[in-house]
Design a protein around this ligand. Structure first.
Ligand code: ARG
Length: 467
């Protein structure tokens, strides 16, 4: 009988109830965290004289053996992948196996502990590792973006508002916007990781224990900054998971926006980019097709992560203190959101790294659509025309150009002068793409000098994160 709590019961659990109640089907992935936490707990019990040294050593050896056997496959966590298990959850699995292996000493491991603080610990350890893995994946993606920014600081393209051409900019500037978004994502996950780095073990079921536990020792053994405070909060807090899933939702939203732009840029109409063959897929019926499926899937998967956050928020709402079984429902959404983000980020980075940007097409596009209209107005302002009047003159000029099917710079000077006598020969240079972009030198603008500073600052920031 693998149940930990059979004593008080006179009947076997109904099979359907057991299947409904068990969590080993999904919490078995916490085996390493569970064993690591138990080893720290056992070491502490030994140091405090709550366990004898022999029992403590037997437990540590037993747990180490279980870990080895799980990892080698000698000890499967489920008899069959999809089938029901004899064990209720990963905590029962480890404890029952330990008792099988070492007998009575194994029965002493759970002294001064509840599954409530145990599972709280396991999930924190798991989430902390996931946060670190995702932080390093985000840094990898930021590297790819920054390398592209360096390469494309003079690759002209139209900047858009309302998906209408607005003002000319550079690809480096456009990519730089995503660098900033992802840099904030990195910061948010780092904040979350730092805030959650407190050890809940020792909170017991809800009210601490009567044993003289050394909670600070366990906390430091497991790499936490300190132990959690209120023991009721310790077993019922899932804020850190909600915060992490919120951070992942925002991060995924950014990847989705980026994906959407690449899909548009990859379309037959835009042709700004060409995805690498290795990162595209074809159609079973239309031989000409080469589809940006990675981007579409990333965009699509965002929905699951939002859903994961929403289910956990909803599960937590209205729960009285302290532990309630509802909290077992934290795991599947958390795992799903983590798996999804971990799958998307490196694939997205590699897809981006291998993409071809069609500079000529982008530049041509920037020259069409009157992206230099603001600069033409600014030119007149420079000749003493009030901005509002200049705006009206250029508006009429654009209308005329639309009729004539020409860009502003394609009109001869005499024709320009019909719209404002202030136009001189120097207008052509003033409204050229190169001038339009490179004169935009305020901090964060696309001008070459401003961009150089932005790239250098970003490079220094990235390097600082890696140290
Ligand atoms: N499987 C449970 C969970 O994930 C472990 C905690 C069980 N505690 C309890 N009192 N039933 O939440």
């Amino acid at each position: 009988m693998a149940q930990l709590w059979g004593g008080r019961f006179t009947k076997q659990t109904d099979a359907a109830v057991k299947a409904f109640n068990d969590s080993i089907g999904f919490d078995r992935r916490l085996y390493r965290q569970d064993i690591t936490g138990s080893m720290a707990h056992a070491r502490m019990l030994g140091r405090q004289g709550i366990l004898t040294q022999e029992d403590c050593q037997a437990i540590l050896d037993g747990l180490e053996g279980i870990l080895k056997d799980i990892e080698s496959g000698a000890l499967p966590l489920m008899e069959q992948e999809s089938g029901i298990s004899e064990y209720e959850d990963i905590h029962s699995f480890v404890e029952a196996n330990l008792i099988d292996r070492i007998g009575d000493a194994g029965k002493r491991l759970h002294t001064g502990r509840s599954r409530n603080d145990q599972v709280a610990l396991d999930m924190r350890l798991y989430t902390r590792e996931a946060a670190d893995e995702i932080r390093s994946q985000v840094l990898g993606l930021l590297h790819v973006i920054l390398d592209l920014m360096e390469e494309h600081s003079q690759t002209w393209m139209p900047g858009f508002t309302h998906l209408q051409k607005a003002q000319p900019t550079t690809l480096a500037h456009h990519l730089g916007a995503y660098f900033e978004m992802l840099r904030r994502d990195y910061g948010r996950i780092t904040d979350c990781r730092n805030r959650m780095n407190e050890c809940p073990l020792g909170a017991g079921a809800l009210a601490g224990t009567t044993y003289p536990l050394d909670r600070a020792f366990v906390a430091s053994e497991l790499g936490f900054d300190c132990e959690t405070r209120n023991s009721m909060d310790s077993v019922s807090d899932r804020d850190y998971l909600l915060e992490f899933l919120s951070d992942l939702s925002i991060l995924m939203m950014h990847l989705s926006r980026f994906s959407e732009e690449l899909i548009i840029w990859n379309s037959n109409e835009y042709r700004f980019v060409e995805m690498d063959d290795a990162f595209s897929t074809g159609s079973s019926i239309m031989p000409q097709k080469k589809n940006p499926d990675i981007c579409e899937l990333v965009r699509g998967k965002v929905g699951r992560v939002y859903g994961d956050l929403m289910s956990l928020l909803t599960a937590m709402k209205g729960l009285p203190l302290a532990y309630n079984k509802d909290m077992q429902e934290d795991k599947e959404p958390a795992f799903d959101a983590i798996d999804t983000a971990q799958a998307c980020i490196p694939l997205f980075a590699e897809m981006l790294r291998t993409i071809t940007f069609r500079k000529e097409v982008m530049e041509k596009s920037a020259m069409r659509g009157f992206t230099n209209a603001t600069d033409a107005a600014d030119y007149l302002v420079g000749k003493g025309v009030p901005f509002r009047d200049a705006h009206g003159m250029i508006g009429r000029l654009v209308l005329h150009c639309l009729d004539a099917g020409k860009a502003i710079e394609e009109l001869p000077l005499e024709e320009l002068k019909e719209f404002s006598p202030q136009f001189e020969q120097d207008v052509y240079d003033a409204i050229s793409l190169r001038t339009c972009v490179n004169r935009r030198l305020t901090t964060g603008a696309p001008g070459e000098e401003a961009m150089k500073e932005e790239i250098a600052a970003s490079r220094a920031w990235l390097q600082a994160q890696e140290n």
